[in-house]
Design a protein around this ligand. Structure first.
Ligand code: TRP
Length: 454
């Protein structure tokens, strides 16, 4: 009964464009422009990219399709949807793990989004003009170690996120993404052009695109796996939640491929914008979480009218972060209001607040405090690792097992619009992937990362 009521009272996306914009809006965010370059920089550049692309195609896209199948066939929040797909209450546990992951990701996502907001402000004040690379790096280090400013921006970001989710799904999401994301794309292109025309840029391009196979080890593979899940918003119910609002007309395979291709292009553009500049300025590609914030202001300095570009670019990055953070909060909201029977408003409010409460400690983990903390971001790294490299792939593993082994194949065939399952090669390959290849690969990557094959 409850499901029936939900189906009619829940909103749904009006247009195909709205669907892609919202799903891509969730996928494209700090994961592409902040996390991808810093992970690639720390994990061997080209080798990381190669493994990333292999995992994206072999595991990422199939899992996105699996989440779409679960979401649209049930039109429910992840917990309800997975209970239905697995035909038992235990399936809901996967959904609950996803809700917890959403809390934790939002906690550190808001930290980095707050940094981005601060960079809009710094660019408006034209702080970076004329600074040397070292000085620009120092601005970042002093800012995150200061504590108050990062906490302030984090809170502002969270309040905006909560505000948008309170407005409701389509209105909150579609309106903003439609024209701002293409603009971000354009800006990235301009940055790329500037970056590759810097002296020595070829070194940066080589770093990103020529794989050094000796750099590959189990940790690099695990990080690439985690990055695929993080960047595509997989493994915790975001895509289940969004697809629960899809109309039955949508082609799920096509949507999954379009979203993934867009997401990958944005990550690549970010890489092309950053690594040539890193090498041109003699910086360290393995700098870590601060990489983008240390490098981009220098690229802007090398652009005519750079200040205006910087202001607009960081602003657009904040918007990209918002379309991702609302998708995270939406998972918490949909769960709490549909499964716990708390009003939508209250669900959104407590979801945002609780996550902010955890997030405060993430932000403070960058602050050295006498006798308490080294300021080495141990809590930040812990949450980043726990969610990207463990919780999301584990969630993805359980989702493909549910879809591949437990869910009624009729529903899958129906959702993918397969008419002759016996002879359809595409469908047979897909089943092979979700039943065998994806789960075994994820499992092996887990095992090897804990040293099982040594
Ligand atoms: N994919 C987003 C990014 O790249 C972040 C994000 C949003 C996310 N929703 C998610 C990550 C769900 C994992 C799971 O910035």
């Amino acid at each position: 009964m409850k499901g029936k009521v939900n189906k009619t009272t829940r909103g749904s996306f009006a247009t195909t464009f709205g669907i892609i914009a919202a799903a891509a809006g969730s996928a494209i965010g700090l994961g592409n422009i902040w996390k991808f370059p810093y992970e690639a920089g720390q994990n061997g550049g080209g080798a990381f990219l190669l493994i990333y692309l292999v995992i994206l195609i072999a595991i990422g896209i199939p899992i996105m399709m699996a989440e779409f199948i679960v979401g649209r066939s049930s039109h429910k929040n992840p917990v309800g949807a997975l209970k239905e797909a697995s035909r038992s209450a235990t399936g809901g546990i996967v959904g609950i793990m996803g809700v917890i992951a959403a809390f934790l990701i939002l906690a550190f996502y808001s930290t980095v989004a707050g940094w981005t907001m601060h960079y809009v402000y710094l660019s408006v004040k034209n702080v970076f003009a004329g600074l040397s690379p070292e000085e620009i790096n120092l601005v970042f280090k002093q800012f995150i170690a200061g504590g108050y400013a990062p906490l302030f921006w984090q809170a502002v970001f969270m309040i905006i996120t909560v505000g948008i989710v309170l407005l409701g799904v389509e209105k909150g999401i579609e309106r903003y993404t439609k024209f701002l994301m293409p603009l971000l794309f354009l800006f990235l292109l301009i940055l790329c052009v500037r970056s590759v025309t810097l002296p020595n840029s070829i070194q940066g391009l080589k770093f990103l695109f020529v794989p050094n196979f000796t750099a590959i080890n189990t940790q690099v593979i695990l990080n690439a796996l985690g990055q695929v899940f993080f960047s595509l918003s997989l493994g915790m119910g975001t895509m289940i939640t969004y697809s629960s609002y899809f109309s039955d007309k949508e082609n799920l395979t096509k949507t999954a491929i379009q979203v993934s291709v867009l997401d990958t292009i944005v990550a690549l553009l970010a890489g092309i914008a950053i690594f040539p500049a890193v090498f041109a300025m003699g910086l360290n590609p393995a700098e870590g979480t601060g990489l983008v914030f240390g490098v981009l202001p220098q690229v802007f300095n090398a652009l005519p009218g750079g200040q205006i570009f910087a202001v607009l670019f960081f602003f657009l990055l904040v918007i990209a972060a918002l379309t991702s953070s609302i998708s995270l909060l939406e998972v918490i909201t949909a769960y709490s209001c549909e499964e716990l029977n708390i009003t939508r408003k209250a669900s959104t409010l407590w979801g945002g607040l609780l996550s902010l409460a955890v997030g405060v400690f993430v932000t403070l983990s960058f602050v050295p405090i006498e006798g308490l903390s080294s300021g080495n971001a141990i809590f930040f790294d812990f949450l980043d690792n726990l969610t990207s490299n463990i919780m999301l792939p584990l969630g993805g593993l359980l989702i493909v097992i549910i879809v591949g082994w437990i869910m009624d194949p009729k529903i899958i065939e129906n959702q993918l619009r397969v008419e002759n399952p016996e002879t359809n090669i595409f469908y047979k390959t897909y089943r092979l992937i979700i039943r065998y290849l994806a789960p075994i690969a994820i499992f092996m990557i887990f095992l090897s990362s804990i040293g099982f094959f040594k």
